[in-house]
Write a protein that binds this ligand. Structure first.
Ligand code: NAP
Ligand code: GDD
Length: 396
């Protein structure tokens, strides 16, 4: 299925009052309601030239055809969703995000991208919906009629999935099926991206590639695996342009505070500033392949842009232990991590994934993708960002 491009007109115009005062000009972007109404009436004619309407003379210089693609992003308020929204907006997309209602506003990661929807230049729009509510997904799809759908929403915490297994299966697993089915039923010929995870490899030893058997070890991994296979099934059964990115641990200063990397960099900064004394962690021997969210969003965009839908492992190919991450993050502040970190069995998992290290050879070969941020650059960026944020709090 190809991706349709929608043509819309960009009007290059000037609006003059009879007294000779120019009240507006440009491509779009009015504030005054009356001017907008006049502008619309003239532009409906779509003929360059001079038109006299009521008290104004509107000179329409040119009408250019421009393409606007629309992307629908679930999980836009999350870590990866925020970087993806930035990337799509930078490429001129109209970006529509699904947000769920909370008792407090939870858009802090995308506040810098948000503009009042009354602003005609606003290209980021948010819609209330939920992966557990099929009717809301269908409604938003019909409203947006997207060219690309990115399914990033999930209960994404592995440890928490042992506490809320049914909810995790409901949202992370069945939620994906609901979205796929809503896309299929709508008949909208859009491309679909599913956020799969290297966590699905579970106890299969590294390096893990697209050929590695899945041996999931948590309710989260099993739910992701169901979502992964739902996506593949919809691709095969309905010829949908649906692809999965099997991403390794994706990190950045915007990472959720309870994932191990951010928990460490935040605690190290607070300890340096005298705001915390100890850091309690679980398994320090676990190995993970930590990459930067911005690099991985680049891979996601490349996956969706391929003519043929397919599945790709996206990872750096380099792994470190949680202990090594602690050492690097505390060293940034000239601290010896061993003085501050204590192991608390409450953070152990009933079944652990010992080692993840992705083999992204296929992504390198087919997509031409390669990571740019090294492990030490990633730790440094996260450590610095947390120190600056904690310092602001301490100073306020
Ligand atoms: P994240 O920060 O935890 O963001 C999860 C997003 O899903 C949030 O926007 C959250 O909304 C939304 N969400 C949760 N439940 C929802 C529901 N019922 N309906 C609608 N939205 C819901 O995760 P991330 O790090 O950005 O990861 C993005 C995706 O990639 C996830 O699917 C994750 O499982 C997958 N993945 C992540 C990694 C990684 O290491 N980060 C690696 C591989 C795959 P709220 O803001 O309201 O909570
Ligand atoms: N969260 C957490 N908190 N993890 C800890 C702690 C702790 O206090 N102490 C040790 N760990 C260990 C975990 O046992 C795990 O082996 C490792 O640190 C990484 O844990 P997380 O940062 O929670 O990430 P994850 O690997 O379980 O899952 C993340 O990566 C997956 C991709 O491989 C999540 O982002 C998933 O959504 C994602 O799919």
């Amino acid at each position: 299925m190809g991706v349709p491009r929608e043509n819309t007109a960009l009007y290059v115009f000037a609006v003059w009052l009879p007294c000779g005062v120019r009240v507006a000009e440009g491509g779009h972007g009015f504030n005054e309601r009356d001017t907008v109404l006049l502008f619309v009436r003239v532009c409906l004619l779509r003929i360059p030239g001079e038109v006299h309407v009521e008290n104004c003379i509107i000179i329409l210089h040119d009408v250019k055809e421009v393409s606007v693609k629309r992307a629908l992003v679930t999980g836009i308020t999350g870590q990866v969703g925020s970087y993806l929204a930035e990337s799509l907006l930078a490429d001129g997309y109209g970006v529509h995000g699904i947000v769920r209602r909370g008792s407090t506003i939870n858009t802090s990661r995308i506040d810098h991208l948000y503009r009042d929807p009354h602003d005609v230049e606003a290209r980021l729009r948010l819609h209330f919906a939920d992966l557990s509510d099929a009717s809301s997904l269908g409604r938003v799809l019909q409203e947006v009629r997207p060219h690309e759908v990115y399914n990033l929403a999930a209960q994404s915490h592995v440890r928490v999935s042992f506490d809320v297994p049914e909810y995790t299966a409901e949202v992370t697993g069945l939620g994906t099926l609901r979205l796929l089915e809503a896309v299929r039923a709508s008949g909208i010929p859009c491309r679909f991206y599913q956020a799969s995870s290297t966590e699905m490899f579970g106890s299969s030893p590294p390096p893990q590639s697209e050929e590695t058997p899945f041996r999931p070890r948590s309710p989260y991994a099993i739910a992701k695996l169901a979502a992964h296979y739902f996506t593949i099934n919809y691709r095969e059964a309905y010829e949908m342009h649906a692809s999965c990115g099997i991403l390794g641990n994706t990190e950045s200063p915007r990472r959720g505070e309870t994932f191990v990397t951010r928990k460490i960099t935040r605690a190290a900064a607070r300890i340096k500033l005298g705001r915390q004394e100890k850091l309690h962690l679980g398994n320090l021997d676990a190995e993970r392949d930590w990459g930067h969210a911005r690099d991985y969003v680049r891979a996601i965009r490349l996956i969706v842009s391929q003519e043929t839908p397919d599945d790709y492992v996206v990872a750096t190919g380099v792994s470190h232990t949680v202990r090594e991450f602690c050492e690097a993050a505390f060293s940034y502040h000239d601290l010896d991590w061993r003085r501050y970190v204590e192991v608390d069995p409450r953070y152990f998992r009933p079944t652990e994934v010992d080692a993840l290290r992705g083999d992204a050879s296929k992504a390198r070969r087919v997509l031409g993708w390669a990571p740019t941020v090294t492990f030490s650059q990633l730790v440094e960026e996260m450590a610095r960002a947390d120190y600056e944020a904690e310092k602001r709090l301490a100073d306020s």
